[in-house]
Design a protein around this ligand. Sequence first.
Ligand code: SOE
Length: 387
Amino acid sequence: MKTLNVGMIGAGFMGKAHSLSFAAMPMFFWPAPAIPVRKMVADVTEEAAAEAAKRLGFELYTADWREVVEHPDIDVIDIVTPNNSHAEIAIAAAKAGKHIICEKPLARDAAEAKAMLDAVEAAGVKHMVAFNYRRTPAVALAKKYIEEGAIGEILNFRGTYLQDWSADPNSPLSWRFQKAVAGSGALGDIGTHVIDYARYLVGEIDEVMAETKTWIRERPVQTSGVDKLGTVKGSANAEKKPVDVDDEFISLLRFSNGAVGSIEATRNGWGRNNFLTFEIHGTLGSLYFNYENRDELQVFFTNDPADRRGFRTIYTGPAHPYGDGLWPIPALGIGYGETKIIETYEFFKAIAEDSEVSPNFRDGYRIAQISDAILESAAKQQWVKVG
Ligand code: SOE
């Protein structure tokens, strides 16, 4: 069986999720399209990299990401670093002929994303952006219903992504609150997952009309290098620096196929943890999904008899997308890890079979264009055409 050596750059929360998926993918999807081998990991210092190699099961380690990209034995580069380094690493990896999986958002803005897309297309390598939530079986099932025409013509998409880890003004100023590193705030970090849902399920987005807000305008400077996503509080007396990205955005959408929609995202919504939802209305029915109940898809069909109509809940299991690779009984439960395992399966399949995979850098570029349009629309207070 084919093996592919992975070089992973970065070793934080996403490094953990991706490493788990490299180890576990063949256990779930057997025969595996190709076996991922955790070959080399890079982190910011030798010490951190050595520790990451032990913790995450990599054979080799380095403090210099270029060593990973240039290593002749590496087939796949996995980018799990903050957003400001995605472009430089991806472009170097493409030039070295490596296949690339990159965490979302692909880049800080559309110009950067375009340079990355051009590089991978020129190199002829496989490329993927890690919008893992579309791999949730219930979401793939929603896609199947839509493709089969079960809810008719789509009229409306309503998507939200609500979290609360940044609602405390004392949660530190990590890179996620700095435009120079992140590109944008809630928009790039979590809003792009909903944009991915909207495009995956409904179609292309042509125009947006948005509002953005930065509620907490300064935060305590982060003292540790590690991003704890709000779980470590800065002291109220610590030195504070400005936040220059959005805490929240709301956008109306116009799709190419005539559907309309809305997306909102915030990391300051107390009580909401990973409240990633969509509701889709069609001419023949509706679909509703909330990642906090990720095994369930709620469906409503107008062709049910009038006295039986109502939303019903489908618990995903072996009969549903990716079901034969997962667990044998519906509602045993899938989690974040499984979405990443499926993502790795799709990427390694595309490499092994030399086929297209989605969402790829072209999707990542379009999502960056939509994100840029949302920021422009909020600044100009008017509808903006994407691209
Ligand atoms: C923080 O908001 C974060 O870790 C995002 O960056 C991820 O994409 C999301 O899946 C979970 O929350």
